[in-house]
Design a protein around this ligand. Structure first.
Ligand code: Z5A
Length: 211
């Protein structure tokens, strides 16, 4: 029987370096002889990418509830079509954002609350949990500054500062309640120092995983 693959996620607010560190995690795993399937949310499937486009570029207002349902619809399709089959055949999966983002942005940022997010996942039968999550955390203003250099913001990036403060708080609460899984990384440091923290946490996970 093939061993099940591990599911790794990267989380954090805008500009914290998820994309940059995704490449670092991928390279570290490659050195260990582990190839990963890299994917993202919202997105990762044809349907998910179409939902992503709507979510990030809708020109008319989107209600908080509709936003949560579209994020969750994208996730359900992603889990069923891509993530679960990969894990079952022993493939490791590295995902840029997953359910923690809904707890942060819709539960915290949009004030829907963690219970609503959890109930919808329960209703949709999404029980998959990452084996390890890197939560890249830094002061919001600094992340937004990094993003400003990148050009035109999308619909969610245009939100007020208080929205991101609520999302950050929700992320950190989730990390505090699941410290074994969620590794908080100080993303405000120079890139090599950020990557050192990621390497340390990932190596500890690999040692533990290999028993
Ligand atoms: N969303 C949601 O609301 N609910 C959900 O359930 C899900 C998502 C799944 C799309 O996410 C949006 O969907 C997102 C949350 C919402 N909305 N917002 N706003 P996304 O992941 O596609 O978008 P993003 O958060 O805006 O990610 P990003 O643009 O890809 O940023 P990043 O990956 O975190 O950062 P980066 O591209 O790696 O780095 C940004 C810049 O900083 C870049 O120039 C780097 O070279 C630089 N950088 C990186 N690290 C450093 C360090 N350490 N020092 C200096 N400079 C650095």
């Amino acid at each position: 029987m093939t061993d099940r693959g591990c599911f790794i996620t990267l989380e954090g607010l805008e500009g914290v370096g998820k994309t940059t560190n995704r490449e670092h995690v991928e390279a570290l795993l490659k050195q260990e002889g582990i190839s990963v399937l890299v994917t993202r949310e919202p997105g990762g499937t044809d349907l998910g990418e179409q939902l992503r486009h709507l979510l990030l570029h809708a020109s008319a207002p989107v209600s908080a509830e509709a936003e949560l349902m579209m994020m969750t619809a994208s996730r359900k399709q992603h889990v069923v079509e891509i993530i679960e089959p990969a894990l079952s055949r022993g493939q490791w999966v590295l995902c840029d954002r997953f359910a923690d983002a809904s707890f942060a942005y819709q539960g915290g940022g949009r004030k829907l609350g963690a219970d609503t997010v959890a109930q919808l996942h329960e209703l949709m039968n999404i029980h998959l949990q990452p084996d390890i999550t890197f939560l890249l955390d830094m002061p919001i203003a600094d992340g937004l500054k990094r993003m400003a250099a990148r050009g035109k913001p999308d619909r969610i990036e245009k939100e007020e500062l208080a929205f991101f403060e609520r999302a950050r708080k929700a992320y950190l609460e989730r990390a505090g309640s699941q410290p074994e899984r969620v590794k908080v990384i100080d993303a405000g440091l120079a890139l090599n120092a950020v990557q050192d923290q990621v390497s340390t946490a990932l190596n500890a996970f690999l040692v533990n995983h290999r028993g």
